[in-house]
Design a binder for this molecule. Structure first.
Ligand SMILES: NC(=O)c1ccc[n+]([C@@H]2O[C@H](COP(=O)([O-])OP(=O)(O)OC[C@H]3O[C@@H](n4cnc5c(N)ncnc54)[C@H](O)[C@@H]3O)[C@@H](O)[C@H]2O)c1
Length: 327
């Protein structure tokens, strides 16, 4: 049986694919390698699996009805891990229609195929952004989430609802995982930690929006992948929404201080006003993930930043060697 990963060339999807293959699972990936960020990064993410007989890559759009039908008919799919989406909060204010197309239309196309081909297990990449500017001390899954403050967040909320509907109508077992800011090796280049590490390393100023007191519950990529795999194996209830967070939120100022410590360099700060669509804080309540899945994030923020910097240094050295060898 095959696990289908949509968006499997991206940051989280490709890390999950690598892990599942290392566990001996059969994996199919669909990804359109869009230009939201440099598609060469995505090519790099899939490169090492292309000759693996347990791995199949489909290049194309999840909204393409013909392609998705073909993927479902060519593979015996046991589980869909639906990760493909236009990610990123701020760009969703610029191009909301693309977010509606990729995130909502794409998700419904997948649900239609699951219905038509009798696939009964779905794990969905939702987001902490659905909580909006929630005033609760911790964000728990039983809070009403009716006030998303970006088109991106609104699409994720809509997907959770469509998944609920299909789960109830067609008996699909579904887990919607609300990821809290994921970081680590292969992280998207548009996300703050990666940008800051690169800029501080090059002695360039980092753009800091607001006074630095905004707070994020950063979650290390390996902990997220562990939570996804636990959700693939979860089958006690038919529909669940579950937070996957790191459990130890840090402020923007603390995030910068941690990077400074790991790099042993002082950041130059370019202070800018808060951006529309950005929430003030994300603080996960992960007790449900602990109880239902046995999820237990292991990597502290300091450790995670150190691992990320080590990986980045290695990648930069590979690129330098390549340039050197080509001269
Ligand atoms: N990274 C985070 O901090 C974070 C936090 C919360 C939720 N999420 C969610 O997790 C998922 C993965 O995030 P990521 O950081 O790995 O992003 P990513 O952009 O690296 O990965 C998404 C992948 O989906 C593909 N894709 C997008 N639209 C597609 C379409 N229409 N058809 C086919 N492929 C398409 C992209 O090419 C990309 O490879 C997204 O759904 C995102 O909303 C991420």
């Amino acid at each position: 049986m095959t696990i289908l990963i949509t968006g499997g060339a991206g940051f989280i999807g490709s890390t999950l694919a690598d892990k599942l293959l290392s566990m001996g699972k059969k994996v199919a990936v669909v990804d359109n390698f869009n230009d939201y960020y440099d598609s060469e990064i995505k090519e790099n993410n899939v490169k090492s699996n292309l000759n693996n007989l347990q791995y199949k890559l489909y290049r194309g759009d999840i909204c393409n009805r013909e392609l998705m039908r073909q993927i479902f008919s060519e593979n015996k799919i046991s589980t869909v891990v639906h990760i493909a989406a236009r990610a990123g909060v701020r760009p969703s204010l610029e191009d909301p229609l693309e977010y509606v197309r990729s995130n909502i239309e794409g998700s419904v196309n997948i649900l239609e195929n699951m219905k038509n081909f009798g696939v009964k297990k779905l794990v969905f990449a939702s987001s902490s952004s659905v909580y909006g500017n929630c005033s609760a001390e911790k964000f728990s899954e039983n809070l009403k989430v009716t006030e998303p403050i970006s088109p991106y967040a609104a699409t994720k909320s809509a997907c959770e609802q469509f998944i609920y509907t299909y789960s109830k109508l067609y008996g699909i077992n579904a887990v919607c995982l609300r990821f809290f800011t994921v970081y680590g090796p292969k992280q998207r280049p548009d996300l703050a930690i990666r940008k800051f590490i690169e800029l501080i390393n090059n002695d360039e100023a980092i753009p800091v929006y607001g006074d630095g007191t905004t707070m994020r519950d950063y979650t290390y990529i390996d902990d997220i992948v562990d939570g996804i795999i636990k959700s693939i194996n979860y089958n006690k209830t038919q529909y669940e929404i579950i937070n996957l967070g790191g459990g130890n939120p840090v402020t923007l100022n603390e995030m910068i201080e941690t990077i400074e410590q790991v790099l042993n360099k002082k950041a130059k700060i370019n202070r800018l006003p808060m951006q529309a669509g950005d929430v003030n804080k994300t603080v996960s309540d992960i007790s449900k993930a602990k109880n239902l899945l046995g999820y237990n994030p292991k990597i502290s923020f300091m450790e995670g930043v150190q691992k990320f910097v080590d990986w980045k240094t290695c990648e930069d050295m590979k690129i330098e060697n390549q340039i050197y060898n080509n001269v």
